[in-house]
Design a protein around this ligand. Structure first.
Ligand code: ACO
Length: 317
């Protein structure tokens, strides 16, 4: 498999740290020092599916294809307004594709998992041109009076088109069930027979535990994948990490004994956009002309579960 097109879409509303200071007991200084985030883009009147469609059409155009050429869609998503049908199915209709489609929920690691699924599907000959997208609105999962979580997140959608080729060189996926550390639960509709207690509660996150686990598992997976492929850390042009927190990115760079020039970032103006973050950053780098044919890239993300996904890509566009 190889990537032949990328696209992204952000909501229009920019929310700065100063705007959060107006209603939260927080400060620009605290947020910048602890997270690296200065502003984030939030959904207001847009629907997530509109952002997903825009990102998808841009990726298909960049690939030099038409929506009818797409023969499978995989969408990474944690929440959106629809429980059913799937977001991939909504996008399929809106872009005018006719293919089968599926959503995956692997929290913030979902885009890397989706790429891995696409690689499998292409390898077994069941699809040729796959749209892989990640569309997320994590700002709708948090309590906006909880300063420990709401300042971290932003919304957005990123997409790639992949086809047969030699650009996907290897991957490492993992899952460790640690639901207590990070979760979001919502009640389903009542029935006359429900007797159990059900919780509807905004996102709970043990920030310190997530921080430590993320650094440990991401560094472990990246090193293991490099060893699998016989590569040195310096052989990689960019490490495109999940944009959760600048300090996590810096800590992984430190573990890899690499300087920050290997670790591009946009968390400072996008916030943590869950599984969309890696796809958004990839498109940003591509459209800024920062990726050259033959560059080796590591994509690595971690999320609730705890899940991790890391893959090695050669840029072939
Ligand atoms: N403004 C001001 N003070 C705050 C804020 C805020 N926004 N948030 C928390 N504080 C306070 C706390 O109340 C605490 O005060 P106390 O010492 O009086 O109790 C103090 O700051 C320190 O809090 P900590 O939680 O220990 O701060 P920490 O340095 O760990 O930073 C943070 C918190 C930013 C959440 C960090 O732990 C982190 O980034 N963790 C990883 C989060 C992450 O990556 N999540 C996403 C992964 S999965 C996914 O993407 C869904």
């Amino acid at each position: 498999m190889k990537i032949i097109g990328t696209g992204r879409a952000h909501p229009a509303k920019v929310v700065t740290n100063a705007m959060l200071e107006e209603f939260l007991d927080t400060s620009n200084k605290w947020i910048v020092e602890r997270t690296g985030i200065s502003e984030r883009k939030l959904i207001t009147n847009e629907r997530l599916e509109e952002l997903a469609v825009k990102a998808s059409l841009l990726a298909i155009e960049d690939a030099g294809l038409k929506p009818k050429d797409i023969d499978y869609i995989i969408c990474s998503n944690v929440v959106n307004e629809y429980i059913t049908p799937s977001l991939s199915c909504i996008v399929q209709g809106a872009i005018g594709a006719k293919c089968a489609c599926v959503d995956v929920n692997v929290a913030c690691a979902g885009f890397v998992y989706a790429l891995d699924m696409a690689d499998d599907r292409i390898k077994c000959g069941k699809a040729k041109n796959i749209l892989v997208l990640a569309a997320e609105e994590p700002t709708r999962m948090v309590d906006w009076s909880d300063r420990a979580t709401c300042v971290l997140f932003g919304d957005g959608a990123g997409a790639v088109v992949v086809t047969e080729g030699e650009g996907y060189m290897g991957s490492r996926l993992s899952a460790v069930s640690m639901t207590d550390s990070l979760h979001y639960m919502r009640c389903l509709e009542p029935t006359p027979y429900i007797t159990k207690e059900e919780l509807s509660a905004p996102m709970y996150m043990n920030g310190r535990q997530v921080f430590k686990t993320a650094v440990m598992l991401s560094s472990r997976d990246i090193k293991a994948l490099l060893a699998d492929e016989g590569l040195a850390p310096e052989d990689i042009k960019y490490y495109i990490l999940h944009q959760a927190n600048m300090r996590i990115i810096e800590a992984v760079a430190n573990h890899m004994e690499l300087d920050m020039s290997y670790f591009p970032h946009n968390v400072e103006y996008c916030g943590n956009t869950s599984s969309a973050s890696v796809a958004l950053l990839l498109d940003e780098l591509h459209r800024a002309g920062k990726l050259q044919r033959g560059d080796k890239l590591i994509l690595s993300a971690f999320g609730a579960g705890f899940t991790t996904g890391t893959c090695l890509i050669e840029w072939t566009k």
